[in-house]
Design a protein around this ligand. Structure first.
Ligand code: CTP
Ligand code: MN
Ligand code: MN
Length: 500
Protein backbone atom coordinates (compact mmCIF):
# COMPACT_ATOMS: atom_id res chain seq x y z
CA UNK A 1 0.00 0.00 0.00
CA UNK A 2 1.16 3.48 -0.78
CA UNK A 3 1.22 6.12 1.89
CA UNK A 4 1.43 9.78 1.24
CA UNK A 5 4.34 11.27 3.17
CA UNK A 6 3.29 12.91 6.39
CA UNK A 7 3.98 16.59 6.17
CA UNK A 8 4.30 18.40 9.48
CA UNK A 9 1.70 21.09 9.63
CA UNK A 10 3.08 24.53 10.17
CA UNK A 11 0.71 26.98 11.79
CA UNK A 12 -0.40 29.44 9.12
CA UNK A 13 0.39 33.07 9.69
CA UNK A 14 -0.54 36.08 7.68
CA UNK A 15 2.86 37.71 7.91
CA UNK A 16 4.80 37.23 4.66
CA UNK A 17 8.22 37.18 6.33
CA UNK A 18 7.14 34.05 8.15
CA UNK A 19 6.77 32.00 4.98
CA UNK A 20 9.26 29.21 4.64
CA UNK A 21 10.56 29.51 8.17
CA UNK A 22 10.32 26.11 9.75
CA UNK A 23 9.37 26.28 13.40
CA UNK A 24 9.80 23.44 15.79
CA UNK A 25 9.58 25.18 19.12
CA UNK A 26 6.65 26.91 20.76
CA UNK A 27 6.85 30.64 20.41
CA UNK A 28 6.87 32.30 23.82
CA UNK A 29 7.51 35.91 22.87
CA UNK A 30 5.13 36.90 20.09
CA UNK A 31 6.06 40.57 20.13
CA UNK A 32 9.78 40.11 19.62
CA UNK A 33 11.31 39.12 16.26
CA UNK A 34 15.04 38.78 16.05
CA UNK A 35 17.32 39.02 13.09
CA UNK A 36 20.95 38.01 13.48
CA UNK A 37 23.39 39.81 11.20
CA UNK A 38 25.73 37.29 9.55
CA UNK A 39 28.59 39.72 8.89
CA UNK A 40 31.39 39.11 11.41
CA UNK A 41 29.29 36.39 13.09
CA UNK A 42 29.77 33.86 10.34
CA UNK A 43 27.14 31.47 9.05
CA UNK A 44 27.77 28.51 11.35
CA UNK A 45 27.72 30.59 14.55
CA UNK A 46 24.64 32.35 13.22
CA UNK A 47 22.75 29.11 12.72
CA UNK A 48 23.86 27.86 16.13
CA UNK A 49 22.60 31.03 17.85
CA UNK A 50 19.41 30.92 15.78
CA UNK A 51 18.68 27.38 16.98
CA UNK A 52 19.49 28.30 20.55
CA UNK A 53 17.11 31.25 20.53
CA UNK A 54 14.33 29.23 18.91
CA UNK A 55 14.59 26.50 21.53
CA UNK A 56 14.06 29.20 24.13
CA UNK A 57 10.86 30.33 22.46
CA UNK A 58 12.17 33.31 20.50
CA UNK A 59 11.16 34.06 16.92
CA UNK A 60 14.25 34.43 14.73
CA UNK A 61 13.69 35.55 11.16
CA UNK A 62 16.10 34.48 8.44
CA UNK A 63 15.25 37.51 6.36
CA UNK A 64 15.62 41.12 7.48
CA UNK A 65 12.28 42.81 6.87
CA UNK A 66 10.10 45.51 8.40
CA UNK A 67 8.51 43.08 10.88
CA UNK A 68 11.82 42.51 12.67
CA UNK A 69 11.96 44.24 16.07
CA UNK A 70 15.50 43.42 17.28
CA UNK A 71 18.58 43.35 15.02
CA UNK A 72 21.54 41.67 16.71
CA UNK A 73 25.06 42.06 15.41
CA UNK A 74 28.59 41.13 16.38
CA UNK A 75 29.89 43.76 14.03
CA UNK A 76 31.43 46.39 16.29
CA UNK A 77 32.06 48.75 13.40
CA UNK A 78 28.93 50.83 13.92
CA UNK A 79 29.28 53.03 10.80
CA UNK A 80 29.62 50.09 8.39
CA UNK A 81 26.75 48.23 10.06
CA UNK A 82 24.50 51.28 9.89
CA UNK A 83 25.44 52.02 6.29
CA UNK A 84 24.48 48.45 5.43
CA UNK A 85 21.20 48.64 7.39
CA UNK A 86 20.22 51.87 5.66
CA UNK A 87 20.87 50.30 2.28
CA UNK A 88 18.42 47.50 3.06
CA UNK A 89 15.51 49.79 2.20
CA UNK A 90 13.62 49.23 5.47
CA UNK A 91 10.82 51.60 6.33
CA UNK A 92 10.68 50.53 9.94
CA UNK A 93 14.40 50.89 10.72
CA UNK A 94 13.85 53.87 13.06
CA UNK A 95 11.70 51.67 15.31
CA UNK A 96 14.03 48.69 15.39
CA UNK A 97 16.46 48.01 18.20
CA UNK A 98 19.95 47.63 16.77
CA UNK A 99 21.83 45.69 19.42
CA UNK A 100 25.17 44.15 20.08
CA UNK A 101 25.52 40.53 21.10
CA UNK A 102 25.39 41.37 24.84
CA UNK A 103 21.61 41.87 24.61
CA UNK A 104 21.31 38.46 22.97
CA UNK A 105 23.45 36.64 25.54
CA UNK A 106 21.65 38.42 28.42
CA UNK A 107 18.33 37.33 26.96
CA UNK A 108 19.43 33.72 26.48
CA UNK A 109 20.67 33.60 30.05
CA UNK A 110 17.40 35.02 31.40
CA UNK A 111 15.30 32.90 29.07
CA UNK A 112 13.30 35.98 28.01
CA UNK A 113 13.92 39.14 26.01
CA UNK A 114 15.58 41.50 28.51
CA UNK A 115 14.80 45.23 28.40
CA UNK A 116 16.98 47.16 25.99
CA UNK A 117 19.47 49.37 27.82
CA UNK A 118 21.83 51.97 26.42
CA UNK A 119 24.80 49.63 26.90
CA UNK A 120 23.21 47.16 24.46
CA UNK A 121 22.73 49.65 21.65
CA UNK A 122 24.90 49.95 18.59
CA UNK A 123 24.52 53.69 18.14
CA UNK A 124 24.30 55.25 14.74
CA UNK A 125 27.45 57.36 14.99
CA UNK A 126 27.01 59.14 11.68
CA UNK A 127 27.19 62.76 12.83
CA UNK A 128 24.08 64.28 14.32
CA UNK A 129 24.04 67.93 13.45
CA UNK A 130 21.04 69.63 14.96
CA UNK A 131 19.52 72.09 12.57
CA UNK A 132 21.06 70.77 9.38
CA UNK A 133 18.93 70.25 6.33
CA UNK A 134 19.82 66.67 5.52
CA UNK A 135 18.00 63.91 7.35
CA UNK A 136 20.17 63.28 10.40
CA UNK A 137 20.06 60.07 12.34
CA UNK A 138 19.67 60.77 16.03
CA UNK A 139 21.25 58.54 18.63
CA UNK A 140 18.35 56.27 19.45
CA UNK A 141 15.67 57.91 21.56
CA UNK A 142 13.36 55.50 23.39
CA UNK A 143 9.61 55.66 22.90
CA UNK A 144 9.33 55.32 26.71
CA UNK A 145 9.84 58.43 28.86
CA UNK A 146 11.26 56.19 31.61
CA UNK A 147 14.20 55.37 29.30
CA UNK A 148 14.95 59.02 28.61
CA UNK A 149 16.57 61.64 30.84
CA UNK A 150 14.52 64.83 30.88
CA UNK A 151 15.70 67.75 32.98
CA UNK A 152 13.79 71.01 33.57
CA UNK A 153 15.77 72.58 30.74
CA UNK A 154 13.56 72.44 27.66
CA UNK A 155 15.32 73.28 24.40
CA UNK A 156 12.16 73.02 22.34
CA UNK A 157 9.70 75.10 24.35
CA UNK A 158 8.13 76.80 21.30
CA UNK A 159 7.23 73.40 19.89
CA UNK A 160 6.22 71.68 23.14
CA UNK A 161 4.02 74.65 24.18
CA UNK A 162 2.17 74.31 20.88
CA UNK A 163 1.75 70.54 21.32
CA UNK A 164 0.46 71.09 24.83
CA UNK A 165 -2.21 73.51 23.62
CA UNK A 166 -3.44 70.83 21.24
CA UNK A 167 -3.26 68.15 23.94
CA UNK A 168 -5.25 70.34 26.29
CA UNK A 169 -7.82 71.13 23.64
CA UNK A 170 -8.32 67.40 22.97
CA UNK A 171 -8.50 66.75 26.71
CA UNK A 172 -11.18 69.40 27.20
CA UNK A 173 -13.13 67.68 24.42
CA UNK A 174 -12.57 64.35 26.16
CA UNK A 175 -10.66 62.86 23.22
CA UNK A 176 -8.08 60.80 25.07
CA UNK A 177 -6.21 59.22 22.14
CA UNK A 178 -5.08 62.35 20.31
CA UNK A 179 -4.47 64.10 23.63
CA UNK A 180 -2.03 61.41 24.67
CA UNK A 181 -0.35 61.42 21.25
CA UNK A 182 0.47 65.14 21.60
CA UNK A 183 1.60 64.69 25.22
CA UNK A 184 3.97 61.91 24.08
CA UNK A 185 5.32 63.99 21.22
CA UNK A 186 5.92 66.97 23.54
CA UNK A 187 7.65 64.68 26.01
CA UNK A 188 10.07 63.32 23.37
CA UNK A 189 11.08 66.84 22.31
CA UNK A 190 11.56 67.88 25.96
CA UNK A 191 14.20 65.17 26.35
CA UNK A 192 16.39 66.39 23.48
CA UNK A 193 19.63 68.11 24.51
CA UNK A 194 19.37 70.33 21.44
CA UNK A 195 16.80 72.51 19.70
CA UNK A 196 15.04 71.18 16.63
CA UNK A 197 15.79 73.61 13.83
CA UNK A 198 14.55 71.72 10.83
CA UNK A 199 12.14 68.88 10.27
CA UNK A 200 14.96 66.64 9.05
CA UNK A 201 16.49 66.72 12.52
CA UNK A 202 13.44 64.86 13.89
CA UNK A 203 13.98 61.86 11.64
CA UNK A 204 14.15 58.66 13.63
CA UNK A 205 12.51 60.19 16.72
CA UNK A 206 9.67 58.10 18.15
CA UNK A 207 6.10 59.29 18.80
CA UNK A 208 6.02 61.99 16.13
CA UNK A 209 3.13 61.46 13.71
CA UNK A 210 2.05 63.29 10.56
CA UNK A 211 0.09 65.92 12.47
CA UNK A 212 2.96 66.76 14.84
CA UNK A 213 5.45 66.91 11.98
CA UNK A 214 3.23 69.29 10.02
CA UNK A 215 3.04 71.51 13.12
CA UNK A 216 6.80 71.45 13.63
CA UNK A 217 7.34 72.47 10.01
CA UNK A 218 4.82 75.30 10.26
CA UNK A 219 6.25 76.65 13.52
CA UNK A 220 9.84 76.45 12.30
CA UNK A 221 8.88 78.33 9.16
CA UNK A 222 6.47 80.98 10.49
CA UNK A 223 7.27 81.10 14.20
CA UNK A 224 3.72 80.07 15.11
CA UNK A 225 0.98 77.71 14.05
CA UNK A 226 -2.34 78.74 12.56
CA UNK A 227 -4.11 75.80 14.19
CA UNK A 228 -2.75 76.63 17.65
CA UNK A 229 -3.63 80.35 17.28
CA UNK A 230 -7.15 79.35 16.33
CA UNK A 231 -7.55 77.20 19.44
CA UNK A 232 -6.10 79.89 21.70
CA UNK A 233 -8.59 82.45 20.42
CA UNK A 234 -11.53 80.04 20.56
CA UNK A 235 -14.14 81.18 23.07
CA UNK A 236 -15.04 77.67 24.18
CA UNK A 237 -11.40 76.74 24.78
CA UNK A 238 -10.73 79.97 26.70
CA UNK A 239 -13.81 79.53 28.87
CA UNK A 240 -13.15 75.85 29.66
CA UNK A 241 -9.52 76.71 30.52
CA UNK A 242 -10.70 79.49 32.81
CA UNK A 243 -13.26 77.30 34.59
CA UNK A 244 -10.91 74.31 35.04
CA UNK A 245 -8.29 76.63 36.52
CA UNK A 246 -10.49 76.75 39.64
CA UNK A 247 -9.56 74.20 42.34
CA UNK A 248 -12.32 71.55 42.33
CA UNK A 249 -13.56 72.19 38.79
CA UNK A 250 -12.89 69.43 36.25
CA UNK A 251 -13.60 69.25 32.51
CA UNK A 252 -17.11 67.84 33.04
CA UNK A 253 -18.31 70.64 35.35
CA UNK A 254 -16.66 73.26 33.13
CA UNK A 255 -18.47 71.81 30.12
CA UNK A 256 -21.81 71.85 31.98
CA UNK A 257 -21.41 75.50 32.91
CA UNK A 258 -20.35 76.43 29.39
CA UNK A 259 -23.41 74.71 27.90
CA UNK A 260 -25.61 76.75 30.21
CA UNK A 261 -24.20 79.87 28.61
CA UNK A 262 -21.95 80.88 31.51
CA UNK A 263 -18.72 82.55 30.40
CA UNK A 264 -17.09 84.21 33.42
CA UNK A 265 -16.58 83.74 37.16
CA UNK A 266 -19.15 86.46 37.86
CA UNK A 267 -21.66 84.60 35.65
CA UNK A 268 -21.16 81.53 37.83
CA UNK A 269 -21.20 83.30 41.17
CA UNK A 270 -24.33 85.25 40.18
CA UNK A 271 -26.22 82.16 39.01
CA UNK A 272 -28.57 81.20 41.88
CA UNK A 273 -29.19 77.65 40.65
CA UNK A 274 -25.48 76.71 40.86
CA UNK A 275 -24.51 74.96 44.08
CA UNK A 276 -20.73 75.06 44.48
CA UNK A 277 -19.27 72.23 46.55
CA UNK A 278 -16.91 72.96 49.45
CA UNK A 279 -13.79 72.48 47.32
CA UNK A 280 -15.04 74.85 44.61
CA UNK A 281 -16.05 77.46 47.21
CA UNK A 282 -12.48 77.45 48.53
CA UNK A 283 -11.22 77.46 44.96
CA UNK A 284 -13.04 80.71 44.23
CA UNK A 285 -12.27 82.22 47.64
CA UNK A 286 -8.50 81.76 47.24
CA UNK A 287 -8.40 81.91 43.44
CA UNK A 288 -5.85 84.74 43.17
CA UNK A 289 -3.40 83.02 45.51
CA UNK A 290 -3.64 79.42 44.41
CA UNK A 291 -3.60 80.19 40.69
CA UNK A 292 -0.24 81.90 41.25
CA UNK A 293 2.80 79.64 41.13
CA UNK A 294 4.44 78.42 44.33
CA UNK A 295 8.16 79.16 44.53
CA UNK A 296 10.92 76.86 45.77
CA UNK A 297 11.45 79.09 48.82
CA UNK A 298 7.73 78.89 49.64
CA UNK A 299 7.85 75.10 49.24
CA UNK A 300 10.79 74.99 51.66
CA UNK A 301 8.91 77.08 54.24
CA UNK A 302 5.92 74.73 53.99
CA UNK A 303 8.29 71.77 54.37
CA UNK A 304 9.45 73.24 57.69
CA UNK A 305 5.86 73.62 58.89
CA UNK A 306 4.91 70.03 57.99
CA UNK A 307 8.19 68.69 59.35
CA UNK A 308 7.54 70.34 62.69
CA UNK A 309 4.01 68.93 62.79
CA UNK A 310 5.13 65.38 61.92
CA UNK A 311 7.86 65.35 64.56
CA UNK A 312 5.66 66.86 67.24
CA UNK A 313 3.30 63.93 66.68
CA UNK A 314 5.86 61.14 66.34
CA UNK A 315 9.62 61.50 66.80
CA UNK A 316 10.37 58.75 64.29
CA UNK A 317 8.07 60.24 61.64
CA UNK A 318 9.37 60.43 58.10
CA UNK A 319 8.76 63.34 55.74
CA UNK A 320 9.78 63.51 52.09
CA UNK A 321 9.27 66.17 49.48
CA UNK A 322 7.85 64.72 46.28
CA UNK A 323 6.04 65.98 43.11
CA UNK A 324 7.50 68.69 40.87
CA UNK A 325 9.77 70.22 43.53
CA UNK A 326 11.53 66.90 44.04
CA UNK A 327 12.20 66.95 40.29
CA UNK A 328 13.99 70.25 40.75
CA UNK A 329 11.30 72.55 39.36
CA UNK A 330 11.58 76.23 40.33
CA UNK A 331 7.79 76.67 40.53
CA UNK A 332 4.80 74.43 41.08
CA UNK A 333 1.02 74.59 41.34
CA UNK A 334 1.19 72.97 44.79
CA UNK A 335 3.66 71.27 47.14
CA UNK A 336 3.52 67.47 47.55
CA UNK A 337 4.79 65.54 50.57
CA UNK A 338 4.88 61.93 51.73
CA UNK A 339 4.59 61.38 55.47
CA UNK A 340 4.87 58.04 57.20
CA UNK A 341 6.32 56.22 60.18
CA UNK A 342 8.15 52.90 60.59
CA UNK A 343 5.58 51.81 63.17
CA UNK A 344 3.14 49.71 61.22
CA UNK A 345 -0.43 50.98 61.34
CA UNK A 346 0.56 54.27 62.99
CA UNK A 347 0.58 56.02 59.61
CA UNK A 348 -3.23 55.73 59.70
CA UNK A 349 -3.54 58.40 62.40
CA UNK A 350 -0.72 60.60 61.15
CA UNK A 351 -2.69 62.76 58.72
CA UNK A 352 -5.68 63.46 60.99
CA UNK A 353 -3.19 64.49 63.69
CA UNK A 354 -1.29 66.77 61.33
CA UNK A 355 -4.54 68.35 60.16
CA UNK A 356 -5.63 68.98 63.76
CA UNK A 357 -2.35 70.64 64.52
CA UNK A 358 -2.49 72.91 61.47
CA UNK A 359 -6.01 73.85 62.51
CA UNK A 360 -4.83 74.75 66.02
CA UNK A 361 -2.10 76.91 64.51
CA UNK A 362 -4.81 78.76 62.58
CA UNK A 363 -3.23 78.07 59.19
CA UNK A 364 -5.67 75.47 57.82
CA UNK A 365 -7.83 77.19 55.20
CA UNK A 366 -9.22 74.04 53.58
CA UNK A 367 -8.85 70.31 54.08
CA UNK A 368 -10.16 67.32 52.17
CA UNK A 369 -9.04 64.18 54.01
CA UNK A 370 -9.48 60.75 52.43
CA UNK A 371 -8.92 57.71 54.59
CA UNK A 372 -6.91 54.76 53.38
CA UNK A 373 -8.68 52.14 51.26
CA UNK A 374 -5.45 50.24 50.75
CA UNK A 375 -5.88 46.48 50.87
CA UNK A 376 -2.92 44.37 49.75
CA UNK A 377 -5.18 41.39 49.09
CA UNK A 378 -6.98 43.37 46.34
CA UNK A 379 -3.73 43.74 44.38
CA UNK A 380 -2.62 43.57 41.64
CA UNK A 381 -5.03 45.94 40.01
CA UNK A 382 -5.19 45.40 36.26
CA UNK A 383 -6.68 48.74 35.43
CA UNK A 384 -4.89 51.85 36.52
CA UNK A 385 -7.01 54.05 38.75
CA UNK A 386 -6.46 57.81 38.79
CA UNK A 387 -6.21 57.79 42.59
CA UNK A 388 -4.18 55.44 44.69
CA UNK A 389 -5.59 53.89 47.89
CA UNK A 390 -3.31 55.51 50.48
CA UNK A 391 -4.61 57.95 53.07
CA UNK A 392 -4.17 61.44 51.66
CA UNK A 393 -5.32 65.01 52.04
CA UNK A 394 -5.63 67.98 49.74
CA UNK A 395 -5.06 71.15 51.72
CA UNK A 396 -5.00 74.90 51.39
CA UNK A 397 -2.67 76.45 53.96
CA UNK A 398 -2.00 80.00 55.03
CA UNK A 399 1.69 80.77 54.59
CA UNK A 400 3.17 83.78 56.39
CA UNK A 401 5.62 85.81 54.29
CA UNK A 402 7.96 86.15 57.27
CA UNK A 403 8.65 82.39 57.10
CA UNK A 404 9.76 82.53 53.46
CA UNK A 405 13.35 83.21 52.50
CA UNK A 406 13.27 86.53 50.51
CA UNK A 407 9.50 86.76 50.92
CA UNK A 408 6.37 85.58 49.16
CA UNK A 409 5.98 85.09 45.44
CA UNK A 410 3.49 87.93 44.99
CA UNK A 411 2.90 90.09 41.96
CA UNK A 412 1.15 93.16 43.28
CA UNK A 413 3.02 94.66 46.21
CA UNK A 414 0.21 93.51 48.48
CA UNK A 415 0.70 94.24 52.14
CA UNK A 416 -1.32 91.28 53.38
CA UNK A 417 1.85 89.49 54.42
CA UNK A 418 0.53 85.99 53.73
CA UNK A 419 -0.75 83.86 50.89
CA UNK A 420 -2.83 80.71 50.44
CA UNK A 421 -0.99 77.66 49.07
CA UNK A 422 -2.16 74.23 47.91
CA UNK A 423 -0.46 71.32 49.71
CA UNK A 424 -0.93 67.57 49.11
CA UNK A 425 0.01 65.00 51.76
CA UNK A 426 -0.02 61.24 51.21
CA UNK A 427 0.60 58.67 53.90
CA UNK A 428 1.49 55.13 52.74
CA UNK A 429 2.49 52.32 55.12
CA UNK A 430 6.29 52.18 55.37
CA UNK A 431 6.66 48.98 53.36
CA UNK A 432 4.93 50.72 50.42
CA UNK A 433 7.13 53.83 50.73
CA UNK A 434 9.35 53.29 47.66
CA UNK A 435 6.36 52.70 45.37
CA UNK A 436 4.49 55.71 46.73
CA UNK A 437 7.57 57.92 46.36
CA UNK A 438 8.14 56.81 42.77
CA UNK A 439 4.45 57.30 41.94
CA UNK A 440 4.14 60.75 43.49
CA UNK A 441 7.40 62.14 42.12
CA UNK A 442 6.01 62.18 38.58
CA UNK A 443 5.98 63.63 36.07
CA UNK A 444 2.60 62.32 35.00
CA UNK A 445 4.04 61.37 31.61
CA UNK A 446 7.02 59.63 33.24
CA UNK A 447 4.62 57.61 35.42
CA UNK A 448 2.41 56.68 32.47
CA UNK A 449 5.42 55.33 30.59
CA UNK A 450 6.78 53.46 33.61
CA UNK A 451 3.47 51.59 33.77
CA UNK A 452 3.30 51.10 30.01
CA UNK A 453 6.91 49.85 29.93
CA UNK A 454 6.25 47.46 32.82
CA UNK A 455 3.16 46.06 31.12
CA UNK A 456 4.35 45.80 27.53
CA UNK A 457 8.06 45.10 27.89
CA UNK A 458 8.23 43.13 31.13
CA UNK A 459 4.77 41.60 31.63
CA UNK A 460 4.56 43.34 34.98
CA UNK A 461 1.94 45.55 36.60
CA UNK A 462 3.10 48.74 38.31
CA UNK A 463 1.11 51.27 40.29
CA UNK A 464 1.69 53.51 43.33
CA UNK A 465 1.33 50.50 45.64
CA UNK A 466 3.30 47.61 44.17
CA UNK A 467 4.99 45.86 41.24
CA UNK A 468 3.61 42.49 40.20
CA UNK A 469 5.48 40.06 37.96
CA UNK A 470 2.86 38.26 35.83
CA UNK A 471 5.33 35.61 34.66
CA UNK A 472 6.50 34.66 38.15
CA UNK A 473 3.06 35.45 39.62
CA UNK A 474 4.57 37.33 42.54
CA UNK A 475 4.95 40.82 44.02
CA UNK A 476 8.43 42.32 43.96
CA UNK A 477 9.61 43.90 47.19
CA UNK A 478 11.39 47.26 47.12
CA UNK A 479 12.79 49.55 49.78
CA UNK A 480 14.18 52.17 47.40
CA UNK A 481 13.29 53.58 44.00
CA UNK A 482 16.50 52.00 42.70
CA UNK A 483 15.11 48.55 43.59
CA UNK A 484 12.04 49.25 41.44
CA UNK A 485 14.05 50.41 38.42
CA UNK A 486 16.21 47.30 38.80
CA UNK A 487 13.16 44.99 38.94
CA UNK A 488 11.94 46.64 35.73
CA UNK A 489 15.32 46.19 34.03
CA UNK A 490 15.66 49.95 33.67
CA UNK A 491 18.67 52.15 34.20
CA UNK A 492 18.11 54.35 37.24
CA UNK A 493 16.76 57.79 36.36
CA UNK A 494 17.31 60.51 38.97
CA UNK A 495 14.23 62.52 40.08
CA UNK A 496 15.57 65.64 38.33
CA UNK A 497 15.74 63.63 35.09
CA UNK A 498 12.05 62.67 35.24
CA UNK A 499 10.59 65.93 33.91
CA UNK A 500 9.10 64.16 30.91
N1 CTP B 1 -0.32 61.76 41.84
C1 CTP B 1 -0.85 60.52 42.06
N2 CTP B 1 -2.10 60.39 42.59
C2 CTP B 1 -2.82 61.48 42.88
C3 CTP B 1 -2.31 62.76 42.66
C4 CTP B 1 -1.04 62.86 42.13
O1 CTP B 1 -0.20 59.54 41.80
N3 CTP B 1 -4.03 61.34 43.38
C5 CTP B 1 1.01 61.87 41.31
C6 CTP B 1 0.98 62.33 39.88
O2 CTP B 1 1.19 61.25 39.01
C7 CTP B 1 2.11 63.31 39.81
C8 CTP B 1 2.53 63.60 41.23
O3 CTP B 1 1.69 62.82 42.06
O4 CTP B 1 3.17 62.72 39.12
C9 CTP B 1 2.41 65.03 41.58
O5 CTP B 1 1.17 65.53 41.16
P1 CTP B 1 0.91 67.08 40.90
O6 CTP B 1 1.10 67.85 42.14
O7 CTP B 1 -0.43 67.18 40.26
O8 CTP B 1 1.96 67.44 39.77
P2 CTP B 1 3.46 67.96 39.82
O9 CTP B 1 4.25 67.09 38.95
O10 CTP B 1 3.92 68.10 41.24
O11 CTP B 1 3.35 69.37 39.13
P3 CTP B 1 3.12 70.80 39.83
O12 CTP B 1 4.49 71.35 40.01
O13 CTP B 1 2.31 71.59 38.87
O14 CTP B 1 2.40 70.57 41.11
MN1 MN C 1 2.75 69.12 42.67
MN1 MN D 1 -0.21 67.60 43.91
Amino acid sequence: MFHAPIVPRVRKRSRPAEAGVARHEAVKFEDVRLYLVERKMGSSRRSFLTQLARTKGFIVDDILSDVVTHVVSEDCEAPSLWTWLKECGLRNLPNMHVLDISWFTDSMREGRPVAVETRHLIQDTLPTLPGCSTPTPVARVSQYACQRRTTTENNNKILTDAFEVLAESYELNQLEGPCLAFRRAASVLKSLPWAVQCLGATQGLPCLGEHTKALIEEILQYGHSFEVEKILSDERYQTLKLFTSVFGVGPKTAEKWYRRGLRSFSDILAEPSIQLNRMQQSGFLHYGDISRAVSKAEARALGNIIDEAVHAITPDGILALTGGFRRGKEFGHDVDFIVTTPEQGKEETLLPNIIDRLKEQGILLYSDYQTSTFDISKLPSHKFEAMDHFAKCFLILRLEGSLVDRGLNSTEGDSRGWRAVRVDLVSPPMERYAYALLGWTGSRQFERDLRRFARLEQHMLLDNHALYDKTKKEFLAATTERDIFAHLGLEYIEPWQRNA
